[in-house]
Design a protein around this ligand. Structure first.
Ligand code: CA
Length: 233
């Protein structure tokens, strides 16, 4: 039995039914809401493990729901957006959403996103606040010593590359937007833009990925940002 409880927030009955049927078939527990007010009420009274949140709700913007929930909870939120809502999706990620699904999505995509999020949830719940080390496959980041390794080999990183690697590893499983990364690395007044972020990302990948053209550790989300994924052991 899957003990994870998912709050499904979707006003479109057909999509809600598809999600509910899928969750039921995979033994997830779920709650539903068809507008933002109900979603916040359900979230605060039942404290679900994961929220699946449609961004286009009848009573309020899904981004507003995220902002309000983030004032009291870090529960993972996966947003569901239509293809033409790219800016909403980025706004949602910047407001604190963890991941996104774009309509129309398949049952397999939904389940894959839930698995990634569950792993992230388990990691969030198990990790002590001051994690000293990050291990993912062959990659190891020693936060205390300020260095990173691939197997036994130390990776020689520039300060920016190291900051980038720390940021991605500390948010493993979560999609980080370009804006978020740029602010964290260079500060809000930085002169740096997406083009320079891409350059640093490319040099970082050359150092940590066996095949930089088909990266194993860092995924590119075109037009959105990057995510570090857990590699299979
Ligand atoms: Ca909708």
């Amino acid at each position: 039995m899957n003990k994870v409880v998912i709050l499904v927030v979707e006003d479109d009955a057909a999509i809600r039914n598809l999600i509910m049927t899928t969750l039921k078939a995979h033994e997830y527990h779920y709650l539903t809401a068809n507008n933002g007010e109900t979603a916040m009420l359900e979230a605060s009274s039942h404290n679900p493990d994961i929220i699946l949140l449609d961004l286009g709700l009848p009573d309020m913007d899904g981004v507003e729901v995220i902002k309000r929930i983030r004032t009291w909870s870090n529960m993972p939120i996966i947003v569901i957006s239509a293809r033409n809502e790219d800016t909403d999706k980025i706004e949602a990620l910047d407001a604190g959403a963890d991941d996104y699904l774009t309509k129309p999505f398949s049952v397999e995509e939904l389940l894959a996103r839930l698995r990634v999020t569950q792993r992230r949830l388990a990691y969030m719940q198990s990790s002590v606040p001051m994690e000293r080390e990050f291990i993912n496959g062959n990659l190891r980041v020693d936060y205390n010593a300020g260095c990173a390794f691939l197997g036994e080999e130390e990776i020689h990183l520039t300060p920016i590359e190291y900051k980038l690697l720390c940021l991605l590893s500390q948010n493993v499983g979560k999609v980080l937007t370009h804006t978020y990364i740029i602010q964290k690395i260079w500060g809000s007044n930085g002169e740096n833009d997406i083009a320079s972020l891409r350059v640093f990302m490319a040099t970082l990948r050359k150092k940590i990925e066996a095949e930089p053209d088909s990266p194993q550790y860092i995924q590119t989300h075109i037009g959105v940002g990057y995510r570090m994924v857990r590699v299979k052991e």
